[in-house]
Design a protein around this ligand. Structure first.
Ligand code: SF4
Ligand code: SF4
Length: 461
């Protein structure tokens, strides 16, 4: 097996064979079944997750107003940024790992742009008809029939876009509130703006920009070839088997006609969402969706030829060798991902579920009360970062017989910030120096576990 590869095609573009309008033919086949099942699963998650509650909280909610992020029963605060940064890094290295191993599988099977694009193409096909009918319709002068079809198509795209915008915003505002407010037309200007913003982005991307988004705007398309090696899987045409291409009758023997297996049916081009001809070699426009492989397998079956003239393969396999799974890049990306996950786990285990800020009374360092005892006041701000309400006790250490004004435990709801004043009173005879170190300890009332020790000073002069 061999393939016609012009390495320059991986970095230059766009493909000159591309016409300005791409009419994508709907294709069936094993890769399309995989892609549709993945799309169905991911879309279902996208729609359902905001409605799922864990411990009384939305499974994923980015509460911008209170600067909290609820994530499957855990509440993250701005102080937990290392965890969020870790997630982003793991996602990035996971993507590098996947790209080195399976090529642009993200683009073809996982990217939201691709899934929405195929939904929009599906709606277009259902309303305006097959590829040939759509080409004919666009060439026709405007008529009632054409206007009706175009109107319904854009209405259906608009509806999907609006639902996408609303669903996306339900990750920021609980959906029960969002949809009730929608029914009563009582969305604020800000909510209306953001829903419409994301709806317009969806409509523009999947309806109009389509493959241009992948070809000209997505940065990932530009740098992913840096992750490829000879064993990376990609969709490729076996030119040695396919050439020379040409039409023939099913019963014809291609060898006697001097032809290869490619019957030049052009189906691989017609089904391509980016409008390229994979027979010209590897091109950066290819998103590895496998539609051309499915189309070609269909043609091969009709002619009783073996399948796989276009297939997911690697340069190594095309050169007659075997595809290696364990390679330095894959091992490297895997090790880095494991290190980041381990660091996140260590950080999470060491994470204290309460945040304490202490502010001293800046106006008066100390006061002398009616009993001639010395008083120092501290303002404590306690942020409960655990998923349940918690009671905390404040204990003072460091000064003999010091009295703490806060005798009762402080109840703080999950995710809330409580502010309390603690006044520490000491007998001057027990104070050896004018400034003494003291410790403010936060104790979990239920478990009596010491959560935080804050070191401060007690002034008496
Ligand atoms: S060339 Fe094939 S795999 Fe690549 S984008 Fe086009 S149809 Fe998808
Ligand atoms: S689908 Fe297969 S047979 Fe048809 S033109 Fe493409 S490569 Fe040739």
């Amino acid at each position: 097996m061999s393939v016609y590869i012009d390495p320059k095609d991986l970095i230059i573009g766009p493909n000159t064979n591309q016409s300005s309008a791409i009419y994508v033919r709907e294709q069936q086949g094993k890769y399309q079944i995989i892609r549709r099942n993945i799309a169905f699963f991911l879309m279902s998650l996208f729609v359902i997750l905001p409605w799922v509650s864990i411990d009384g909280k939305q499974s994923i909610l980015l509460d911008v107003a209170s600067q909290q992020m609820h994530f499957f029963g855990t509440t993250l605060f701005p102080q937990d940024f290392p965890i969020v940064a870790g997630f982003i890094m793991v996602a990035a290295f996971g993507l590098f790992f996947l790209t080195t191993w399976l090529g642009r599988v993200w683009c073809g099977f996982l990217c939201p742009q691709t899934h929405w694009l195929f939904i929009f193409i599906w709606l277009e096909e259902k309303i305006e008809g097959t590829r040939n009918q759509r080409i004919k319709l666009d060439k026709q002068p405007w008529s009632v029939n054409k206007a009706t079809k175009k109107t319904f198509k854009h209405l259906s795209w608009g509806l999907v876009s609006f639902l996408t915008g609303t669903t996306f915003i339900s990750y920021f505002i609980p959906p029960s509130q969002l949809y009730v407010d929608l029914v009563f037309l009582s969305w604020s200007g800000l909510i209306t703006f953001w829903v419409l913003f994301f709806a317009v982005c969806t409509y523009g991307n999947a309806g109009w920009l389509r493959e241009k988004m992948c070809l000209h705007m997505c940065p990932y398309a530009r740098f992913q070839s840096a992750m490829f090696d000879h064993d990376t899987l990609m969709v490729a045409y076996d030119s040695e088997r396919g050439e020379s291409r040409g039409p023939r009758k099913r019963k014809d023997n291609p060898k006697t006609l001097g032809l290869g297996d490619c019957v030049d049916c052009n189906l691989c081009v017609e089904v391509c969402p980016t409008g390229i001809d994979i027979r010209h070699g590897l091109q950066y426009e290819c998103i590895n969706c496998g539609a051309c492989a499915d189309a070609c397998d269909q043609t091969m079956s009709k002619f009783n030829y073996p399948q796989g003239l276009i297939s997911f393969t690697s340069e190594a396999r095309l050169a007659g060798g075997l595809t290696k799974l364990l390679r330095p890049k894959i091992i490297g990306y895997g090790i880095i991902s494991v290190i980041i996950v381990a660091s996140m786990a260590i950080y999470w285990n060491a994470r204290v579920p309460v945040e304490l800020t202490v502010l001293r009374d800046r106006n008066v360092l100390y006061r002398i009360n009616n009993n001639d005892f010395i008083e120092n006041s501290y303002q404590l701000k306690l942020l409960n970062k655990s998923p349940q309400a918690k009671s905390y006790q404040v204990q003072i250490d460091g000064i003999k017989n010091a009295d703490n004004s806060l005798n009762e435990a402080v109840l703080v709801q999950s995710g809330e910030l409580a502010s309390v004043i603690v006044t520490v009173t000491a007998d001057p005879y027990d104070l050896k120096r004018s400034v003494l170190p003291i410790e403010l300890k936060i104790i979990d009332s239920e478990t009596e576990q010491e959560l935080i020790v804050y070191e401060s000073k007690f002034f008496s002069e």
